[in-house]
Design a protein around this ligand. Structure first.
Ligand code: ATP
Length: 314
């Protein structure tokens, strides 16, 4: 069964004065049970609006949403009872309540008693390193801890479908990595279905099997990370040459991205379409008597794919 099916979703925000904003302009996509899908897009692309429509916080202007087969537009309450959302990292927790009280409160919302969820709360506190802070008010936690608590509160509800909006926003490198690892495990070990939005390509590349790229309210790409890498394969190389070399002229013939001087060497970053242009460049460098120390083939980065998709969609 599909965990989520979105058909021709539109959302237009009425403005108080002046023009209305068409935040989502007729998008359709689905998410399979147990899948983890990334939602990428620049500021204002419509990601948050879409997620808010999915969890019943914003009423769509038009279109259909079905969550585990239940109509989420007309039977919102029933549909979202099996959905938890973590919006903008840490907004969904109660700042005056302590860590433990927050967890008990969210379990209660789902009709689960403190007794029933006791061991689960303990597990989450341990897992997220929050045990020491169980009696601290949420407002006094660091941002990273608040984010971990927000995710724990979503998890304690025990729903199968999770909507995570920017789960790693504002986290330091270590905490962001921990969070990614944890999110990944939620699908592999617990079979959760996750839709995750982020600005950070690395997060999406690291965690998601499939990516949906949105811009200006529309979906521009919806494919696996691997396929997108194939479609937008860019053969990017770093040629490291001995000494500081003047290579500006190469720009006339090759697609040079960057020339940089590092540790007495010259780094030439260039994209080469095929093996012919690769050998032509190597020959050229040899003819000029330049000593090649190293050639590195750089992996296509999610960031390049993203830029390509956005450019192409304009
Ligand atoms: P970001 O990554 O910056 O959060 P986003 O992709 O999540 O962006 P949205 O927050 O969905 O994008 O915004 C899409 C558009 O809708 C923007 O032009 C925004 O200004 C507008 N918008 C969002 N919320 C409202 C609202 N409550 N009222 C009016 N316009 C809104």
């Amino acid at each position: 069964m599909k965990a989520l099916e979105v058909k021709d979703l539109h959302k237009t925000y009425p403005q108080w004065r002046g023009e209305s904003t068409k935040a989502v302009k007729g998008i359709s996509f689905s998410v399979n049970e147990g899948e983890i899908v990334g939602f990428l897009g620049p500021n204002g692309a419509g990601k948050t609006t879409t997620i808010k429509c999915l969890c019943g916080l914003v009423e769509p202007t038009k279109g259909n949403i079905s969550i585990f087969g239940i109509d989420a537009v007309n039977e919102t309450r029933k549909a979202v009872s099996n959905t938890s959302a973590v919006l903008e990292g840490n907004r969904n927790i109660y700042w005056r309540l302590t860590t433990r009280e927050n967890l008990e409160f969210f379990a209660g919302l789902q009709g689960r008693s403190g007794k029933e969820v006791g061991p689960e709360i303990e597990r989450l506190l341990e897992r997220f390193d929050l045990k020491e802070k169980e009696d601290t008010a949420a407002r006094k936690l660091s941002r990273g801890m608040q984010q971990k608590l927000a995710l724990s509160c979503a998890l304690i509800r025990g729903t199968d479908f999770l909507l995570l909006d920017e789960p790693t926003l504002g986290l330091d490198v270590k905490t962001s990595k921990e969070m990614r690892r944890f999110v990944k495990r939620l699908t592999t070990e617990e079979g959760k279905t996750i839709l995750l939005s982020s600005h950070d390509m690395n997060v999406v590349e690291d965690v998601c099997e499939r990516v949906i790229i949105m811009n200006e309210g529309k979906i521009l790409a919806n494919d696996s990370v691997e396929n997108l890498k194939d479609i937008f394969k860019i053969n990017l190389y770093d040629f490291i040459l001995e000494g500081e070399q003047e290579l500006q002229k190469l720009k006339e013939k090759y697609d040079v991205n960057e020339i940089k001087y590092e540790n007495g060497n010259t780094k030439l970053r260039v994209s080469l379409k095929d093996s012919e242009s690769f050998y032509s460049l190597v020959n050229h460098l040899q003819e000029k008597d330049l000593r090649l120390k190293e050639v590195k083939n750089l992996d296509t980065q999610m960031e390049e794919i993203f830029m390509n998709v956005i450019e192409r969609g304009r």
